[in-house]
Ligand binder design. Sequence first.
Ligand code: NAG
Ligand code: NAG
Length: 349
Amino acid sequence: MATLWKLAAAGIMTVVVLSSSSKAGAFNLPTISFDEGYTPLFGESNIVESAGGRKVKILLNKHSGSGFISSDIYYHGMFSASIKLPSDYTAGVVVAFYMSNGDIFEKNHDELDFEFLGNIRGGEWRIQTNVYGNGSTSRGREERYQLPFDPTAEPHRYSILWTNATIIFYIDDTPIREVVRNVAMGGDYPSKPMSVYATIWDGSTWATSNGKYKVNYKYAPFVAHFSDLVLHGCRLDPIWQLPAARQCGELEAETATAEYSLMTPAKRRDMLRFRQRYMTYTCCYDQVRYPEVLPECEAVDEAEKEKYWKSGDIKVQPKPVVRRHRLRRRNRAKNRIEVKEQQAADQEN
Ligand SMILES: *[C@@H]1O[C@H](CO)[C@@H](O)[C@H](O)[C@H]1NC(C)=O
Ligand SMILES: *[C@@H]1O[C@H](CO)[C@@H](O)[C@H](O)[C@H]1NC(C)=O
């Protein structure tokens, strides 16, 4: 009986591992069309739907950027989109996929961000995540990463899980950052319903090398493609009356036990591997801004921290993705071996 159970568990494990190579549907959650969940926010003429609203492009040209916002606000859940970023020369261009309630709570808003910062030709898009709670704008919790793939070549899935206990940022099936709520964070942990946004805009003043390289409209329009839209959260009426927590019991229960909320040992390994290879800045190692380490930062790994300057920036930049392309074939074989080793280890447990 125990053996059968183990085999079944191993079988499930295999399915999970295999599914990580598929780009379809975020964690098997239903996708929606643009009109089912979103509405234009600005630059409406630069928002272009296709495939019956399953895909939407947002453009930045010399007249305007553009963006959309969820029609409802959400309290906790899983929010996801597949995104393909503009290619070629994108210095100064910023694409963002994020949650915020800044329009309702001007002074004490909450926010969870994926931000993509464009670059000069041959440079790479950089990605940034951030967390704000109750207006903690003086305590930015930025992290920056390089990407292990070319984000302009094909869509990749970017997801934000937000529960009462944890926040996980995912790229495809890999968790890249986890912020576990702890008491010392207090109001810095996002706690009020938020809208979901996607935007593209001109960040010339800061996005690339601190504003040294500005948007060059010779290369416009800059186009970001969104698809596989998932808004799986507790949906609230924009003018809600009841405290959100009382309306959202069902969703809370479902989310708390969903596969994407559980940080299994295998997922934690994947996350650490990603962070060791691609993280280029973290607020957790930034001793200049935070002489006292932020409360949610895990017990600091001194060896790991040695790889970062006191400013939180990495000392040795990861190798550029272009060169990694050539290694892809070899890596794929290597990944297959890692997956097999993983399965063998799981069977032993
Ligand atoms: C959030 O901020 C408001 C206004 O600044 C403050 O009154 C409130 O106590 C804060 N809430 C938490 C949970 O820290
Ligand atoms: C969420 O967590 C807070 C603080 O840990 C707790 O006071 C609250 O009851 C929790 N809400 C739900 C819906 O679990």
